[in-house]
Design a protein around this ligand. Structure first.
Ligand code: A2P
Length: 303
């Protein structure tokens, strides 16, 4: 999996095809998608129009929370393949450890949310394994899972998760997840590496910290003759994780890709280490409402 990928969440329908085309032209080979982003058709148009051979591309998509029942897994994957115009995915992730009723895209009330159980998760996992066997996807993994929720898949599955995708940046360094995955041979991809400023306004908290404006990051960027975004992405890649910044801006696409070659020194890694505050920009609070079986505690298992 190429270390520097292109994120497509909230890349507008009118812009995303152009951004993917530009990204592929300048050398991106990893595109991170999801059914729920609502733009896989446009991403697919850009993939189809590109002359990059399919085997050089890494395309990820994600199973939405309303399709986790085993009978819904393969149809959901086939739907993403159709939208993206592909015969197979490189990676398919369970998007959240959160289950929604099949006819619900986003919960309106707690009744739309069904409890998460280990047995249910294993059924979803087994259905994903069948998709690997059918040649529809090369690798399967998880997104937003704690290590506690990954472990039963390792214990009981016949295919182990290839990737754990989680929010990861200097304010949320996820050392527990990183060490766990390293020990188990699972790759880690970090989302929201720049602090996800483009997420919906209701998900912004008053007084939240800004990664791109942090004085230590600004000073490091100046000292290294680069940008704050490049420092954040270089930090992720130097730590051995892959990273999927979203941009639809040609200059920033270029800047972000170049950051894959920026190796932070031990001294700079130590400075960034001191910024961890276990802060989630995307804390999943939209799954927690009256009547919902989800709490912040059982969603993240305290990790
Ligand atoms: P844009 O698409 O206009 O470039 P994240 O990847 O953490 O979710 O953050 C994505 C947000 O960061 C988007 O708003 C994106 O805007 C912006 N962004 C992407 N690359 C850069 C960059 N190099 N410098 C500053 N902001 C960036």
């Amino acid at each position: 999996m190429p270390a520097l990928g292109l994120g497509t969440w909230r890349a507008d329908k009118g812009e995303v095809a152009k951004a993917v085309t530009e990204a592929l032209n300048i050398g991106y080979r990893h595109v991170d998608c999801a059914h729920v982003y609502g733009n896989e058709v446009e991403v697919g148009e850009a993939l189809k129009a590109s002359s990059v051979p399919r085997q050089e591309l890494w395309v990820t998509s994600k199973l939405w929370n309303n399709a986790q029942r085993p009978e819904n897994v393969r149809p959901a994957l086939e739907n993403s393949l159709r939208d993206l115009g592909l015969d197979y995915l490189d990676l398919y992730l369970i998007h959240w450890p959160v289950q929604l009723s099949h006819n619900v895209m986003y919960p309106q009330s707690g009744k739309d949310l069904l409890p998460w159980t280990e047995a249910h998760a294993l059924e979803t996992w087994n259905a994903l394994e069948a998709c690997v066997q059918a040649g529809l996807v090369r690798h399967i993994g998880t997104s937003n899972f704690s290590t506690k929720k990954i472990q039963p898949l390792l214990d009981n599955g016949s295919i182990q998760p290839a990737v754990s995708q989680v929010e990861m940046h200097p304010y949320l360094q996820q050392n527990g997840m990183r060490n766990y995955c390293r020990a188990k041979g699972i790759a880690v991809t970090g989302f929201a590496p720049l602090g996800s400023k483009h997420r919906p306004s209701h998900q912004h908290k008053e007084g939240e910290p800004s990664l791109l404006d942090h004085p230590e990051i600004l000073a490091m960027a100046e000292r290294l003759g680069t940008t704050p975004a490049a420092v954040l992405l270089g930090w992720a890649v130097t730590r051995g994780t892959s990273v999927i910044p979203k941009s639809t801006n040609p200059d920033r696409l270029r800047q972000n890709l170049a950051a894959a070659d920026l190796e932070l020194s031990e001294a700079d890694l130590t400075i960034v280490e001191g910024l961890d505050m276990r802060y989630r920009f995307l804390d999943g609070c939209h799954w927690v409402m009256e009547g919902s079986p989800y709490t912040m505690k059982n969603l993240w298992d305290g990790e």
